[in-house]
Design a protein around this ligand. Structure first.
Ligand SMILES: NC(=O)c1ccc[n+]([C@@H]2O[C@H](COP(=O)([O-])OP(=O)(O)OC[C@H]3O[C@@H](n4cnc5c(N)ncnc54)[C@H](OP(=O)(O)O)[C@@H]3O)[C@@H](O)[C@H]2O)c1
Length: 259
């Protein structure tokens, strides 16, 4: 049996950088994303540079089949998931009724369903073993409702809520749950989310590496929340103290506005 870190969405951006931090600390990896070629390049890169074993799963986690493939690869290679990083996710910017319902379905399946299933399945095994760490990647968008990013923000609010609850449930079991809430970060996310005309990415964008470092370190310390970056911490504080209602919604509408 081999202990590994399972990282979803490790082919680019924050997930890639988190995977690299694990590899640099000599943790063997199972990396998941849809782009098989990219995963195999990363496998070669990390195995050569860090002398770790890297298993890859090319799967679409917005389908049930994708999750099954992950279970099969873990099982058939006798792997023990000691760290689980639920990072794969995407958004779709624009007015609620102008965007595609099909995309919303995919987003909910990836950002919510897959993350829940993997947390459930491997969380259960971790608690049985009395050891393990889970890092769920949410977003600043999950801290309040987001006009022009309604469904994405709601999926991330789910991630924050569920992660907080199971962090508490797992207390004293040896298993920790950390929720990472990045703000605007340079990666492929903006392009895929159709956010070229969003004010949000005009300034104060963090690097994926800085966000990954904050998440990795918070996970290793078993922290509940990690909000990387000073500006995000201030915005997170405002969202935390502002009660649900018009003021909070109006601030969020300004943050999420088009240019
Ligand atoms: N960048 C930001 O501004 C920002 C802000 C807040 C939160 N976040 C969150 O941070 C996480 C990582 O995003 P990122 O910024 O690093 O963006 P990214 O560069 O687009 O990375 C997303 C990763 O998820 C994978 N992925 C996407 N759809 C998938 C699917 N259906 N099945 C399996 N893997 C899939 C992608 O690989 P393939 O395309 O190869 O599948 C890629 O590895 C996401 O959960 C995102 O919501 C990002």
């Amino acid at each position: 049996m081999k202990e590994i870190a399972l990282i979803t969405g490790a082919s680019s951006g924050i997930g890639y950088e988190i995977a690299k931090l694990f590899a640099a600390d000599k943790t063997d990896l199972l990396i998941v994303a849809r782009n098989e070629k990219k995963l195999l390049e990363i496998k070669i890169e990390f195995e050569e540079q860090f002398k770790v074993d890297v298993f890859t799963v090319a799967a679409d986690l917005s389908s049930n089949q994708g999750i099954e493939t992950v279970y099969e690869v873990v099982h058939s290679n006798n792997l023990i998931v000691n760290y689980l990083v639920n990072n794969a996710g995407f958004g779709d910017y624009g007015s609620f009724i102008d965007r595609s319902m099909e995309k919303y379905r995919e987003m909910i399946q990836l950002n919510i369903t897959s993350l829940t299933e993997l947390s459930y399945f491997y969380g259960k095994e971790m608690v049985k073993r009395g050891k393990g760490r889970i890092l769920n990647v949410a977003s600043m968008a999950g801290l309040q409702p987001d006009p022009n990013f309604a469904v994405y923000g709601a999926t991330k609010a789910y991630v924050i809520s569920m992660s907080e609850a199971i962090h508490k449930e797992f207390e004293n079991t040896g298993v920790t749950v950390t929720v990472l809430s990045p703000g605007a970060t340079a990666s492929n996310f903006m392009e895929r989310a159709n956010m070229n005309d969003a004010k949000l990415y005009a300034s104060g964008v963090m690097t994926s590496l800085d966000v990954a470092r904050a998440g990795y370190s918070g996970m290793m310390k078993g922290k509940l929340h990690v909000i990387p970056g000073f500006k995000n911490k201030i915005l997170g504080f405002i969202s935390g103290i502002t009660p649900p209602g018009k003021l909070r919604l109006n601030i969020a509408a300004k943050v999420m506005a088009k240019k």
